[in-house]
Structures are given as C-alpha cells and as structure tokens.
Design a binder for this molecule. Structure first.
Ligand code: GLY
Length: 401
C-alpha cells in the first residue's frame, strides 16, 4: 500500500521530536504487550517465520506434514522472498550496499544432525539460504564469505545473476544523492548525538520530503513508490526472514537469510549469518531467529541466548524478553537511543510452544510486528512487545544536499 506524505511526515516528525525534545525520561511506557503469541501450539508439526514468510507457509507445511525434513521445510519458506524481486529485504531485489551491489548473508542449522552452514557477503547468488545449506552438506567448514563463497556456489551449480532490480537501483540512487554517509559515530558512541543534523520541525520535514520527492521524480521512481523509497532512504531497513520448523517426530531446524542493512558499507555483516545471533537451533531444546538491527543482536548473541534460556526452563516468551532486556541493558535503558533499535525474535520450543517478541510494537504505529505461524492453520499474530510505540531506524535524520 503506498504511503502518503502526510503519514510519513507524522511518523518521521514523531521520531525527531522524541529525540530532539527528550529530557531523558522514558519516551514510551513499558508495555506488558498482548499475549497472543505466548500460548502453546496445540499440535505438531508447526512452522514459524517472520511475517514475509506468510505466503510460503502452506507449501512448506504440506511438505513437512508428509514427512519432509525440517530444514528443507524452513528453506522452502525463506526461498519465497529470496526469489521475489518485489521483496526488498532478501535475495533478488534486496536493497544493495553503498556501492549499489546486493550483498547477501544467510545461515542454517539442522537439529537432527546438529550441523550448521553459513555464508556472508555474497554477490550475484540469490538463494544464499540454499548456499548456506550447501556449505553445511558439502564442506568440512561452517562459514564461507565473499567471493570464496560465491565461487563455491558456482562450483556446486548455483547461477550467478544480477540481483539489483530497477526499483532497488533507483532507491539506492535516491539514497546516494541525498544521504550517503555511514561513516561517523554509531549509536553506542558517547558522541552519538553528533549524527543529528537535519529537520526536527514539521516545516523542515515538509521541505525536506518535498525536495526528496523531486529528486525521486528525476531519478524515475514512479509516484506511487516515492514515499516508500524516501522512507527507505531516511530509515534504512534491515529486512530479513527467519524460519524455524518442528516435525511431528519433534525434529527441529532453523534458517535466516537477508540482504542486510540497506546502503551498508561493503563487507558489513550483521547478525543473520552468525550462528547463535541470527539463528540458533538445538535439537534438545528448540530454535530461535531474529530480524532487526544486526549490530545490537550480535552483542547479545540473541538466538543462542534465547535457546539457552529455554534450556534452563524459561518459556519461549520469557526467554525472548530476556534477550530484549539484554539489549536494553546495553544502553542502560536509555530510550533516546533505544528508539533507534528494532529487534524481533521468533522462538519455537521443541514441544511446539512458540513466541514472537519485539522491542517495539512495530516500525510505524500503524504497522505492528507480526510472526507467521502454521500448525494446521496459517495465521499472522502480533508479537509481544517490550516497549509501547514504534522504532525509528539508525542513523537518524541527515541533511538533504
Ligand atoms: N538483521 C539483519 C542485519 O542486520 O543485517
């Protein structure tokens, strides 16, 4: 659905006002969240995934129900968005790095055999989830990166192809012309406020967005896609998909795949291909995966933390909330900074209990985070959020040149 300038301005202004005027008190109240995803699944098999896997759950569930392998089922789900040129978070059509090159990361864990595979920084091969599985099956290694991973893929029969769609290329051009600069202090630097250099009032935002709309028009971005492109430029997404699958005989596996942070510095690797951060599966306990700010999740080894929490008796919901609280602790609870962190965990225990938890309700107030579930009934459920309100993406406002 196209985003209107008015909707965009409302959410963008809310973010900059929260930062600009904050007195250090909490910007949003802690929320107990809803309990939708805290319940136990009634039956196995079950598949859970990020919301962008929803359309691919039926075929994967049918495969798993008829005795298919759990990792193969999870890979069927994540391949859907990888192959879809309109899904800009993974695979073909994913947002490129700052040089306009689509750079992909993925990993997988197979519970029954306790094996894992991973690839990072791969160009020109769209199904990196399958490539990570090929590393698992056909090497004595766990992780391959960059051109070595791509060459291994070609030797194994993967095709090299251009992954940059016209839509992603034009959005990258818009970013390049108006915002390109990842260098400078990060969110965890004492100097983080130095990154704020742009609009904070409604008038400044209006001016800024109008200018970007004009540049977007010059680049050739169609009118109905312009506000979305501007949002991607101002708030670079870290779109990703995770999927975990549990069979009737209680075998469990998981995988995660991503094009990573939009406009990233070439070579930047987030959490998704890191076993224990973007994905972790233990056949004795369960499986977990993440979408959101890779840098933050790396620092708490989120997926591993969650599985270990469940091993020590926590419910999937409590295990996920604990990982989120570790991120909060890393910022001493400072919501001026935490509003720029977006994190969602997808958690599946070996008995079929599951949870989707998120730091914030969603990216925008009208777009809540969701977990996709199929246990005989395919559905989307709102995640249980730690904080009320929506996150903003880092880095924040940059001046339009
Ligand atoms: N979570 C995806 C990334 O940060 O690369």
């Amino acid at each position: 659905m196209p985003i209107s300038r008015r909707d965009f301005l409302t959410s963008a202004l809310a973010g900059s006002v929260a930062v600009g005027l904050s007195t250090g008190t909490q910007a949003a109240q802690d929320s107990p969240g809803n309990k939708n995803t805290a319940k136990h699944a009634a039956k196995l098999p079950i598949i859970i995934s990020a919301a962008n896997g929803y359309n691919y759950l039926d075929q994967a569930y049918a495969f798993l129900s008829s005795g298919g392998d759990t990792l193969d089922a999870a890979l069927k789900v994540v391949q859907g968005p990888e192959n879809d040129p309109n899904d800009e978070s993974v695979g073909l059509g994913g947002h490129p790095n700052e040089e306009g090159v689509v750079e992909l990361d993925a990993c997988c864990m197979h519970g029954p055999t306790r094996t894992a595979g991973s690839v990072a920084g791969v160009h020109n091969i769209k199904n990196v989830s399958l490539l990570s599985n090929t590393v698992r099956l056909h090497t004595g290694h766990v992780m391959l990166v960059g051109e070595g991973a791509a060459r291994f893929g070609v030797a194994q029969g993967f095709q090299r192809e251009n992954l940059l769609t016209e839509r992603s290329r034009k959005e990258w051009l818009l970013w390049k012309e108006t915002h390109s600069d990842w260098w400078g202090p990060g969110l965890d630097s004492p100097d983080w406020r130095r990154r704020f250099s742009g609009a904070t009032t409604a008038d400044e935002w209006e001016q800024r967005i109008r200018r970007m709309e004009q540049i977007a028009a010059d680049i050739g971005i169609p009118p109905e896609l312009r506000m979305e492109a501007i949002r991607y430029v101002i708030f670079p997404p870290t779109g990703t998909i995770h999927c975990s699958a549990l069979s009737e005989k209680a075998e469990i596996s998981g995988c995660t795949t991503t094009s990573g942070l939009a406009w990233k510095i070439p070579g930047r690797v987030g959490d998704s291909p890191i076993i224990g951060a973007g994905c972790y599966t233990d056949q004795n306990v369960g499986s977990a995966g993440a979408t959101g700010n890779g840098e933050e999740n790396l620092k708490v080894a989120g997926a591993h933390t969650i599985v270990e929490n469940m091993r020590h008796g926590m419910s999937p919901l409590d295990a996920g909330m604990d990982a989120l609280k570790r991120i909060v602790r890393n910022y001493n609870g400072d919501k001026d900074r935490l509003q720029f962190v977006d994190m969602v965990y997808y958690i599946l225990r070996k008995d079929g209990a599951y949870a989707g938890v998120s730091l914030w309700e969603g990216y925008e107030t009208n777009k809540p985070h969701q977990i996709a579930v199929h246990d005989g009934t395919r559905r989307l459920e709102k995640t249980v959020n730690l904080f009320a309100g929506a996150s903003q993406s880092w880095p924040p406002v940059r001046m339009v040149r």
